[in-house]
Write a new protein. Structure first.
Length: 739
């Protein structure tokens, strides 16, 4: 089934310890096999041919020269591609419809919806032949006028449709009137450019057909979605699709839904009846994988003379694609962070002829927090208050948008501890007042926030007579330590040593789990795993009574009973089982939604240094204090939060996808021209976790996948303002904006 992984650790309670990742040795020694490395005999290699117009129709396609390249097996186009069913249209009530990244039926249409859409696929004996041939495919287009310039199109935005999982507006009192009457106010406009995914492992698929059974090894964040979706597209039962994804080299949302590369690799394998592999080039990731869209945000805040908020207005404009795309909830932080008597939130969207946007490194709060937390800093400055003091004065007792109770909220404590760790008291409030030689020194803070959810997962837990515990669940491991923390949870729940627990994951033949998105995975799997461990213990106690052993002597009980092992299951993957699971999930989801506001919180503290002559900004120091319930593994948790902060620094300081406003083509689709932070850009990052269990979540834990990057760009912008007196409203914060 799955690789058996060695487990490190010592005896004693496992939860809370900094246990090394169980997959660490396999990865550091090269033994870990990724989707593009699985060996198959007779393997062929595929390469995509991208459209070179943003909107139009293919009038002719000539693959003669490409087919003539030695080693080329076939060139698939809309004229000869095998059957492929279209994706289902999006519905918030059917999770399977979240799976497709776009609504395009790739290679089954002559219509073009964005520059870079795959128009052909070359399959060859070698990667080199496929690449050479791909460049020789001649495509002629009838080009149509395309909406590709966000600066022009944002004026055409319409109110975003809300759904059960993504609200798009909120209203409390008359926020505009309260704003107009406020003695102190700010009314600011913020922008961010588009961003692109750059996981260390580009999207990769190896696809193999045996009759009408399909196996794909894929770098996916959502094994079950991918399996169901492939079954639908290739018109076979889900049971005929096996998705294997033992290791994923980073996802960040880019691998959460299904993109052209995966579907077309499976299509090619069917066309030539051989195993086919495709690993996207960096450029092809930009072409075929959606990411963060550009947006414009207005935040208008009013306060009384004592610094109490009177009005909060947050309106946003972003885009989708003509063929789909999940919009962000940019006003999300404004719903939850500040006590305010009046509130007006509205998200707006415009459809454009660009690749549909998709989740990327904390959609919603990642960018929404930049606008809100920058505006709050500016308002504190105008009121004449310390920004932390201002936040604490406006800290709500209940959830601002709807008055729901917080399940737990230790933001105050986070700021208190962070201020201590960071020596915030050393800061002199006046902008430009702190210097170190040629450097202007600035210190800024901002709040981190991400709502918590829990989806549904099926698991089995087995105890063997030799004392070994086996946990099976088809969750995804993107490098964050998912298998490690679940082994810790199982070990403590059963009272067995960490070393005795083995976790199988990453394979659709295992009990199904939710996609690793929205910071839900750890709590989702833990919820079912804890239920499984309880069920197992109950079974063992029953056996113990019957065979006269004590409740904790598990292995002795099994030996006396003559059983090699006992296994229990939570949930089931039969048709009825899956439906029951979905109903159970919705019931709990709705009940939870009504009762609690649950989230991860944090306080970011940042010091920047700005060169007074060149405007160069260096992030010099960072402290992040987080409140995310119980800490399962201090090493993997702090590592993930550090990574999140680094992602936020990238967004704040350098990342920017440049779209040619004339033709919608991405001008910098490579790591040479798209500026991610490197080691030299990253300072010491100190992380502290408050470790206070959330009473409403499994084991008291809240997911931490996405809270790290929220607030980071604002903390930097606020520190830059403190250093220079200049407030940067437009990301990224590059030196030209400071001169
Ligand atoms: Mo995420 S950005 O929900 O993988």
């Amino acid at each position: 089934m799955n690789e058996t992984l060695p487990h490190a650790g010592t005896d004693g309670p496992a939860v809370g310890r900094p246990i090394d990742r169980v997959d660490g040795p396999a990865k550091t020694t090269g033994a870990a096999v990724f989707a593009a490395e699985v060996p198959y005999p007779n393997l062929a290699y595929a390469t995509l041919v991208p459209a070179t117009v943003s909107r139009g129709r293919i009038t002719a396609i000539d693959s003669a020269a490409a087919t003539a390249v030695p080693g080329v097996i076939t060139v698939l186009t809309h004229e000869n591609a095998p059957d492929l069913k279209p994706p289902q249209p999006f519905s918030p009530f059917n999770f399977a419809t979240f799976a497709p990244g776009t609504q395009v039926n790739y290679l089954k249409t002559d219509e073009i919806f964005w520059d870079g859409q795959p128009v052909a696929l070359v399959v060859a004996e070698t990667l080199e032949a496929a690449r050479e041939a791909a460049a020789l495919v001649q495509v002629t287009y009838e080009e149509l006028p395309a909406a590709v310039d966000f600066a022009v199109e944002e004026g055409n935005a319409k109110p975003q449709k809300a759904n059960m999982v993504l609200p798009s507006s909120a209203k409390k009192g008359d926020a505009e009137a309260a704003f107009a009457a406020s003695p102190v106010k700010v009314d600011l406009r913020f922008t961010n450019p588009p961003h692109n995914h750059n996981a260390i492992e580009p999207h990769a698929t190896t696809a193999v057909w045996e009759g009408d059974r399909l196996t794909v090894h894929d770098s996916t964040q959502g094994i079950d979605w991918l399996r169901t979706h492939l079954a639908l597209r290739f018109d076979i039962p889900p049971a005929n699709v096996r998705v294997r994804s033992t290791f994923v080299g980073g996802g960040f949302g880019g691998k959460s839904v299904v993109w052209a590369g995966t579907i077309l690799t499976a299509l090619a394998a069917r066309a030539i009846d051989r195993p086919v592999r495709m690993m996207l080039t960096r450029e092809a990731v930009y072409h075929t994988v959606g990411a963060r869209a550009a947006s414009t945000q207005r935040v208008a805040l009013g306060a009384d003379n004592n610094g109490k908020l009177t009005s909060l207005i947050h309106t946003t404009v972003s885009r989708t694609g003509r063929v789909g795309g999940l919009p962000e909830g940019l006003t999300s932080p404004s719903r939850h962070l500040y006590a305010t008597p009046t509130m007006l939130l509205q998200q707006n969207l415009v459809e454009m002829d660009l690749i549909p946007p998709a989740p990327m490194r904390t959609p919603s709060e990642g960018i929404g927090s930049f606008a809100l937390e920058s505006a709050v800093d500016e308002l504190a400055y105008r009121v004449g208050m310390d920004p932390i003091q201002f936040r604490m004065l406006n800290e709500p007792e209940t959830n601002p948008v709807d008055g729901k109770a917080f399940s737990r909220r230790l933001l105050r404590e986070a700021y208190e501890l962070g201020a201590e760790m960071f020596d915030w008291r050393e800061r002199t409030p006046e902008p430009g007042s702190m210097r170190d030689g040629r450097w202007l020194v600035g210190m800024g803070v901002a709040t981190a926030f991400h709502p918590a959810q829990q989806m549904a997962a099926n698991v089995t837990v087995r105890l063997s007579v030799d004392g070994g515990v086996l946990v099976r669940c088809a969750f995804q491991e993107m490098g964050v330590g998912a298998a490690t923390v679940q082994a810790q949870i199982a070990a403590d729940a059963l009272g067995v040593p960490f070393d005795s627990v083995r976790v199988e994951y990453g394979d659709s033949d295992l009990p199904s789990s939710a996609a690793a998105i929205g910071s839900v995975q750890t709590a989702t799997v833990a919820g079912s795993l804890l239920a499984g461990c309880d069920k197992l213990k109950k079974r063992l106690r029953g056996l113990a009574r019957r065979y006269g052993t004590t409740g904790q002597a598990f292995t002795e009980t099994l030996a006396r009973a003559g059983l090699p092992s006992v296994e229990v299951a939570i949930g089931s993957d039969t048709r009825v089982g899956k439906m029951t699971g979905q109903v159970k999930f919705f019931t709990r989801f709705l009940r939870d939604q009504r009762r609690w506001m649950k989230a991860a919180y944090g306080a970011h503290f940042c010091e920047v240094r700005v060169d007074r002559d060149t405007g160069e900004v260096r992030v010099a120091r960072w402290t992040g204090v987080f409140d995310f319930g119980r800490v399962i593994n201090t090493k993997t948790a702090t590592s993930q939060l550090r990574g999140g902060i680094i992602a936020g620094i990238g967004m704040a300081m350098g990342e920017e996808t440049l779209v040619d406003p004339r033709n919608g083509r991405i001008m910098n689709p490579s790591l040479a021209e798209y500026h991610l932070p490197v080691q030299a850009d990253i300072p010491q990052i100190d992380i502290a976790c408050l470790d206070e269990p959330d009473p409403t979540m499994p084991m008291g834990l809240i997911g931490i996948g996405e809270v790290g990057p929220t607030g980071v760009a604002a903390a930097i912008a606020n520190a830059v303002h403190h250093a220079t007196g200049k407030r940067i409203h437009d990301l990224p914060i590059t030196l030209d904006k400071l001169l």
